[in-house]
Design a protein around this ligand. Structure first.
Ligand SMILES: Nc1nc2c(ncn2[C@@H]2O[C@H](COP(=O)(O)OP(=O)(O)OP(=O)(O)O)[C@@H](O)[C@H]2O)c(=O)[nH]1
Ligand SMILES: [Mg+2]
Length: 436
């Protein structure tokens, strides 16, 4: 069985904005029409969205790079380019999103339908009609579209088990989990082998899957904290179907029934809602000599018992011979499909936390360095963003860019650093001469 994937790395690339356009009105009898270049459209963002149909991050194993579409360029006649559609990526409920480059958690997707923008599409560049001023009524200036955000992310699924395995210690909960999932829980012949729940993914041949967890053994008084009880009843709360294991290989029917009822009592005194979870009774260790006899008797006792609200279904399995196991998994999957998720706010300690997207406020606007050949090099995210948004085909645009640099303090900083008239300055692969 494939192992359970709960952490995955993906790359997201939002679309860049469309470029603004330089164009002029052409009208009959109007010799020099005004500027009419439209703005570019917004680039598509990448949005993660909780999809209740997803239980795992398996889908991301083969699809790791997500790219949104670019905005359409602006057009003549003042026409704005169309905005690109956002790319919505479905994730399972409970996914935590971390920015791998900063290490920061940027969001927890815990609610149905919840959305998180993980890469913002670039805004469209402005067309030349936006730059008209009384002094320059016909500017040849247009902005290029803003680049879309790009991020390396890690998705982590805090798995919520769909199915919980409950029962007294040593009934075979961890053994069953190890047989039907890739999980490797500790298994031993002494009680309280399992100290914290283990989780595994059950994958059926028909393509259905669900998450299943074993629980530490429950004993009388569990709801009051006896044994390992209380803290794990919380985990049971989040499951939708319970498999209640009873050992009929090593104990007779009467004892098994008594223990079965004891555990239900503990569930009820912790939270009566827990008894509303559909329960399947699983008779374990059927490979042992007296098991069949005990099973027949157990069923009779169960049916005759009028203290139970309804007679639960009983499945008999052996984790050793695997008898009955596949059948049990199919029935469990069917039951899951019919069972809605339960609200379990009462004892729930998990809260919705919204993290602030990482801000780039503290980064310097620009950085000055020098190449080996003495060329001055300007870099820095803000300056580079401005640069890619400049349409260098038009002289007006170039002049505007020069003004923007002056505003940012680039000229002063270069002078302070000792730049001389005629020295070369480079931004990415664009080189120009410095003139006072
Ligand atoms: N013969 C037989 N033995 C089994 C079967 N399933 C489990 N066992 C044995 O029962 C013992 C207890 O199994 P575990 O799976 O550790 O039981 P558990 O319910 O997880 O126990 P705790 O974690 O202590 O609550 C081990 O020695 C297993 O090998 C089975 O189907 N047949
Ligand atoms: Mg165990």
């Amino acid at each position: 069985m494939p192992t359970f994937v709960d952490q995955i790395k993906i790359e997201v690339h939002a679309g860049h904005g469309g470029n603004g356009m330089v164009a002029f009105r052409r009208e009959k009898y109007v010799p020099n029409g005004g500027p009419a270049g439209g703005d570019g459209g917004r680039g598509g963002s990448i949005i993660l969205k909780v999809d209740e149909g997803l239980r795992t991050l398996m889908d991301f194993r083969y699809h790791r790079i997500f790219k949104a579409k670019n905005g359409q360029n602006g057009m003549s006649k003042q026409m704005t380019g169309a905005a690109a559609e956002d790319t919505v990526v479905a994730v399972p409920q409970g996914t935590t999103v971390r920015d791998l480059d900063t290490g920061q958690i940027i969001g927890d997707l815990v609610e149905q339908g919840q959305e998180l923008v993980v890469a913002k599409g670039g805004r469209g560049g402005r067309g030349n009609m936006r730059f008209a001023t009384p002094r320059n009524p016909a500017p040849e200036i247009a902005e290029n579209g803003e680049p879309g955000e790009e991020r390396n992310l890690e998705l982590e699924l805090k798995m919520l088990a769909d199915v919980g395995l409950i029962g007294f210690p040593s009934v075979g909960k961890s053994t069953l989990l190890s047989v039907v999932t890739g999980a490797k829980p500790k298994i031993a012949a002494y009680e309280f082998t399992t100290l914290v729940p283990n989780l595994g993914m059950v994958m059926l041949p028909d393509g259905r899957d669900f998450a299943m967890a074993d629980m530490p053994g429950l004993i009388n008084g569990a709801s009051k904290g006896v044994g390992l009880g209380l803290q794990f009843l919380r985990h049971i709360e989040r499951t939708r179907v319970l498999l209640h294991l009873v050992d009929l290989g090593n104990q007779d029917a009467e004892l098994a029934l008594e223990k079965f009822k004891d555990i239900n009592k503990e569930l009820a005194s912790y939270d009566p809602e827990l008894l509303k979870r559909p329960q399947i009774v699983v008779a374990t260790k059927m490979d042992l000599p007296e098991a069949s006899e005990h099973l027949a008797e157990f069923k009779t006792l169960l049916e005759a018992d009028n203290t139970l609200p309804q007679s639960p279904r009983v499945f008999a399995i052996s984790a050793v011979t695997h008898a009955g196991v596949q059948d049990l998994m199919q029935t469990t999957a069917n039951l899951l499909e019919e069972t809605p998720a339960f609200d379990s706010i009462a004892h729930d300690d998990m809260e919705t936390v919204t993290y602030k997207a990482s801000e780039q406020e503290d980064e310097p606007a620009f950085v000055i360095s020098r190449d080996d050949d003495g060329t001055w090099v300007l870099s820095g995210a803000k300056l580079e963003r401005l640069f890619v948004m400049t349409n260098l085909d038009h002289e007006d645009s170039q002049l505007r860019f020069a003004r923007q640099l002056r505003h940012m303090g680039v000229d002063d900083a270069l002078r302070k650093a000792g730049i001389q008239d005629g020295d070369l300055v480079r931004i990415e692969d664009f080189v120009f001469e410095f003139v006072q």
